[in-house]
Design a protein. Structure first.
Length: 245
């Protein structure tokens, strides 16, 4: 699968970095969970004192914690997570910061104007890159109620990518993926998952529940995304490392 590859990108590649930032949350039973998703369950199976080694059984959903969504989670004919090309899981990333806006508006969505403003400072969004959106929402992770921010009708209120901004990034900038520090690249009020559906019309990268995005510069980062190759999986918990120059 090479849908995300840039033209002429088949030659040797070199990654130079000064530090590594872990963008993944720790997984435990009390993390925020999307309504209806399987709860995290961890059971001790073996212990050193009795069996000579430690072992636990872990049960969790495919979209638990920091995770990646696959096309078949929203498109019946889409590929599953086990079919992702390894090359697509290592990609350059840029970071857009909307933390100031989302602090005053929990429903704030990234706009095309936001993208243009970023490009005026840092240049055009590179083709094949993963666009990371730092909303500051990661600071609410330890309070599931605040992180999901559900109203009395069960509708979430947290920031995300605006659909028109994503259309622009996909069609005009040919990005390879998006990621965010909330529970969804779609804003909490969008129950149609329009951004997810658009991104995953092809096997692009969609990352949710990221953390530590404030430690990344606007440019100069490469992501290395570790997945579980679950046969026919609609997604996978992910270990996402940022290699920062």
């Amino acid at each position: 699968m090479n849908d995300n590859a840039e033209p002429g990108a088949a030659g040797p590649k070199t990654i130079t970095y000064r530090r590594v930032v872990d963008l993944s949350h720790r997984i435990h039973p009390n993390i925020p969970q999307w309504p209806g998703d399987p709860r995290v369950e961890i059971e001790t199976v073996a212990q050193i004192a009795a069996e000579g080694y430690n072992l636990r059984r872990v049960s969790l959903g495919e979209h638990t914690g920091t995770h990646i969504n696959a096309p078949n989670s929203f498109h019946g004919g889409g590929i599953s997570i086990d079919s992702y090309d390894a090359q697509s899981l290592v990609a350059p990333a840029i970071v857009l910061d909307i933390a100031g806006r989302s602090a005053g508006d929990s429903n704030y969505l990234l706009t095309v104007d936001d993208v243009h403003a970023w490009e005026q400072r840092f240049g055009s969004v590179p083709a094949g890159s993963i666009v990371l959106l730092y909303s500051g929402w990661q600071e609410k992770w330890d309070s599931p109620q605040d992180f999901l921010n559900l109203d009395s009708n069960g509708v979430g209120h947290f920031p995300g990518f605006g659909l028109e901004a994503v259309r622009f990034l996909v069609n005009e900038r040919r990005i390879g993926g998006i990621g965010i520090d909330t529970h969804g690249v779609d804003g909490g009020q969008d129950q149609t998952f329009a951004v997810n559906r658009l991104m995953l019309e092809r096997p692009r990268i969609v990352l949710e529940n990221l953390t530590n995005l404030e430690e990344l510069p606007p440019t100069g980062t490469t992501l290395a995304i570790g997945i579980l190759r679950l046969l026919a999986g609609s997604g996978s918990p992910a270990s996402v490392l940022a290699l920062v120059t």
